[in-house]
Design a protein around this ligand. Structure first.
Ligand code: UP5
Ligand code: MG
Length: 190
C-alpha cells in the first residue's frame, strides 16, 4: 500500500459466518492487526461511556449503530495501531457506514473479504456459542440476519462491482475455510 497508510481489508459476512475466528488466524499468520467493530462497540458498553446503554439497546435489537459513533471508533483504532496491515471485522454494515468511512478517512479498502455462509449454519453456530452475548438469542439472531441481508449485502455488492470483493465459502471446518483464506492472502502483495 502507499505511503504511511496501512493496507486495509474489510472482513464482511453474516452473523456467525466466522469473521472473528478467521480474522484471528489471518492476524497471526499474515501480520495483520485485528480491529473488530463489534468488539469496539461492546467495549463502549462495558466501559460505561455516556452512550453505552444506548449502544446496548441497538445491539440487543440487532440494529446498526449510527456511523458517527462507529466510524470514529474504527478510525481511532486504525490510527493508534500503527500496523502496516489492518483487518476491519464487521464494518461497514450498510452503505451509509461505507460512505461515512470513505469520506471521513479519505480511504477505501484495498480488499474486501466476504464469508458466504448459509443462514441455517450461522444460526446453529450462534445458538451454540454460549459466551453470554446479548444478541445470541433466536429473536435477535433473526433480526441480525434480516439487517445483514437488506443493508450489509449491498455493501458487498458495491465492492464486488469494483473488483475488490473476494467471496470465501464459509461452510466446512475452520481449517478448511482458513485454507481458502490463506491461498488468497498468499497471492497479495502486502
Ligand atoms: N465457528 C466459527 N467458525 C466455525 C466453523 N467453520 N464451523 C463451526 N463453528 C464455527 O463464529 C461464530 C461461532 O461459530 C463461534 O462460536 C465460533 O467458534 C463458531 P465467529 O467467528 O464469532 O463469527 P462472526 O462472523 O464473527 O460472528 P459475530 O456474531 O461476531 O457476527 P456479527 O456480525 O453478528 O457480530 P458483530 O460483533 O460484528 O456485531 C454485533 C452487533 O454490533 C451488530 O448486530 C450491530 O448491532 C452492532 N454493530 C454495528 O452497529 N456496527 C458495526 O460496525 C458493527 C457492529
Ligand atoms: Mg465477530
Amino acid at each position: 500500500s502507499d505511503g504511511d497508510r496501512p493496507f486495509i481489508a474489510f472482513v464482511l459476512g453474516g452473523p456467525g459466518s466466522g469473521k472473528g475466528t478467521q480474522c484471528s488466524r489471518i492476524a497471526s499468520d499474515f501480520g495483520f492487526s485485528h480491529v473488530s467493530a463489534g468488539d469496539l462497540l461492546r467495549n463502549e458498553i462495558s466501559s460505561g461511556t455516556d452512550h453505552g446503554e444506548w449502544i446496548l439497546e441497538i445491539i440487543r435489537e440487532g440494529r446498526i449503530v449510527p456511523s458517527e459513533i462507529t466510524v470514529e471508533l474504527v478510525r481511532k483504532a486504525i490510527e493508534s495501531s500503527s500496523a502496516k496491515r489492518v483487518l476491519i471485522d464487521g464494518f461497514p454494515r450498510c452503505e451509509e457506514n461505507r460512505i461515512a468511512f470513505e469520506k471521513i478517512t479519505g480511504t477505501e479498502p484495498d480488499l474486501v473479504l466476504f464469508f458466504d455462509c448459509p443462514e441455517d449454519e450461522m444460526v446453529k453456530r450462534l445458538l451454540s456459542r454460549n459466551q453470554g452475548r446479548v444478541d445470541d438469542n433466536i429473536e435477535t439472531i433473526k433480526k441480525r440476519l434480516k439487517v445483514f441481508e437488506s443493508l450489509n449485502l449491498p455493501v458487498v455488492e458495491y465492492y464486488s462491482s469494483r473488483g475488490k470483493a473476494h467471496k470465501i465459502n464459509a461452510t466446512g471446518t475452520e481449517d478448511e475455510i482458513f485454507e481458502a483464506v490463506r491461498k488468497l492472502f498468499s497471492t497479495l502483495r502486502l
